[in-house]
Design a protein around this ligand. Structure first.
Ligand code: COA
Length: 435
């Protein structure tokens, strides 16, 4: 679009000018994860004295999260759907809170007349194309839908935001205030893959077949799984998010999306978190499409992929197979995210499987993650009815179709050897026999 700055000059403002249109008590939704509009967040903080209790809704916090710090509680109130290092204290303290929800259902909450109508969406987007369309870049997920439902959109146009394709665009005419500000996009530091993660990755890879479509959760384990898939053929991606590891497998010809039953030939993704390598790869690349989360994570859509395999992690698993993936005791650690969306979608998919993969212990081996009962106050993220395979560095427990006693036996067999005796004793107290 020629002279877009001329056409939309009435909308172009500095970040400090833009945030002056936000009022005390407004509900403000931030663009997701590495897609956060950092300059506008900084402007909110610079101008904080103007506000009282602006509600900030955000998911995975990859920026500084200063809006959730105690010294800013007078100005901001953080309503989280997914905690992280910078927001955990607020969520579990008196100056923040957490809203439980399946990820695919979040956009419905944001609708006008919905449960959490949005006053302001603060988004970060690519430079406009010749027709005036900007791409949501690395975060389409809930971000696009929050913006579509918001009473006001403040957008940071950043030339470093890749132009991703798919259902991932907004037109300049829809924006209320445009802040032109170039700065590096937030990146995800690659996780450390140790021997434990490698063993887990190897077991997970043994459950994956040529032609499967994969969802990969966040963290070291999905990355480790990818390193063991180099000999597979015609894998596909339909995933809430992807990171750098997927690019290596696309370039190696392992992921080609050719056997997918929907969206053939395309990786379908909600958001991206990785290094510049990933961001460069997806720029203007028709083989990777970003879509809103009510499509990517909808179990009915996921299920239309035959041979759908989901791989996610957990903090604790009890001997019935209940999965806690988001709290440590009563303290909210992360969030439900798309775990259940994908486990249910994979379960309904013809030939589908779901995997929960985690190290057998935490805290340097002092705590077993497989337990008789979840810790008091813990969240059940995935129910025992939904769980399918559980994998640790000691093997694979297949739980679907198994009785409670059989589940206990299968899970004890993949617990760390140091904890098996105690777990067996506790299980026998309940079941009298494990035979
Ligand atoms: N008891 C106490 N502490 C525990 C624990 C337990 N049972 N299990 C883990 N921890 C601690 C670890 O020691 C670690 O502490 P540290 O940061 O001090 O080292 C911390 O909790 C995180 O554990 P880790 O195993 O490194 O987590 P991770 O980064 O691999 O993430 C989940 C695992 C489950 C938190 C993460 O996958 C998640 O949030 N999942 C829910 C949403 C989801 O699955 N989304 C999928 C689509 S993206």
């Amino acid at each position: 679009m020629k002279d877009w700055r001329e056409i939309y000059k009435h909308k172009i403002v500095t970040a400090d000018e833009a945030v002056k249109h936000i009022k005390s008590g407004d509900r403000v939704v931030f663009g997701h994860a590495c897609g956060e509009a950092q300059e506008i967040t900084e402007a909110l903080l610079r101008n904080k004295e103007r506000y009282e209790k602006v509600e900030i809704i955000h998911f995975v916090p990859m920026g500084k999260g200063e809006y959730a710090q105690k010294e800013n509680q007078k100005y901001f109130y953080h309503n989280s759907f997914f905690g992280g290092g910078s927001t955990r204290e607020a969520i579990n303290g008196a100056y923040g809170d957490f809203t439980p929800s399946f990820f695919f259902e979040v956009p419905k909450l944001f609708e006008a007349g919905g449960k959490l109508p949005v006053d302001v969406a603060i988004i970060q987007i690519s430079s406009p194309d010749a027709h005036g369309y900007c791409s949501y870049g690395i975060s389409c997920d809930y971000t696009k839908l929050a913006a579509e439902h918001a009473k006001m959109i403040i957008a940071q146009i950043n030339k470093h935001m890749p132009r991703t394709l798919g259902n991932s665009f907004v037109h300049l005419s829809e924006l209320d205030y445009i802040v032109e500000y170039d700065q590096p996009i937030l990146q995800l530091t690659p996780p450390k893959i140790g021997e434990t993660e490698k063993k887990i990755g190897e077991y997970c890879a043994s459950l994956i077949r040529d032609g499967d479509t994969l969802q990969l959760g966040i963290g070291a384990i999905p990355d480790a799984v990818l390193t063991f898939l180099k000999d597979k053929k015609h894998l596909g991606i339909h995933s809430e998010m992807i990171s750098d590891g997927v690019v290596d497998l696309i370039l190696a010809g392992v992921i080609d999306n050719q056997k997918k039953t929907i969206n053939r030939g395309k990786c379908i993704v909600g958001f991206l978190m990785g290094s510049q390598k990933l961001y460069d790869y997806v720029d203007n690349n028709p083989s990777v499409e970003l879509h809103p989360i009510d499509y990517v994570n909808h179990p009915f859509i996921i299920a239309q992929n035959e041979n759908m395999v989901s791989i996610n992690s957990a903090l604790q698993v009890d001997l019935m197979g209940q999965i806690n993936a988001e709290s440590i005791g009563a303290k909210q650690f992360s969030g439900t995210g798309g775990q259940v969306d994908f486990i249910r979608g994979a379960s309904m998919s013809k030939g589908g499987r779901s995997i929960i993969a985690m190290p057998s212990t935490a805290a340097k081996g002092s705590i077993s993650k497989i337990v008789m009962n979840l810790d008091r106050g813990s969240t059940v993220t995935t129910s025992r009815n939904d769980v399918d395979y559980v994998v640790t560095e000691y093997g694979i427990a297949e739980l679907k179709g198994k009785t409670l006693r059989e589940r206990a036996k299968a899970l004890i067999a993949i617990a760390h050897p140091d904890f098996r005796e105690e777990l067996t004793r506790q299980a026998l107290d309940k079941f009298q026999t494990l035979n």
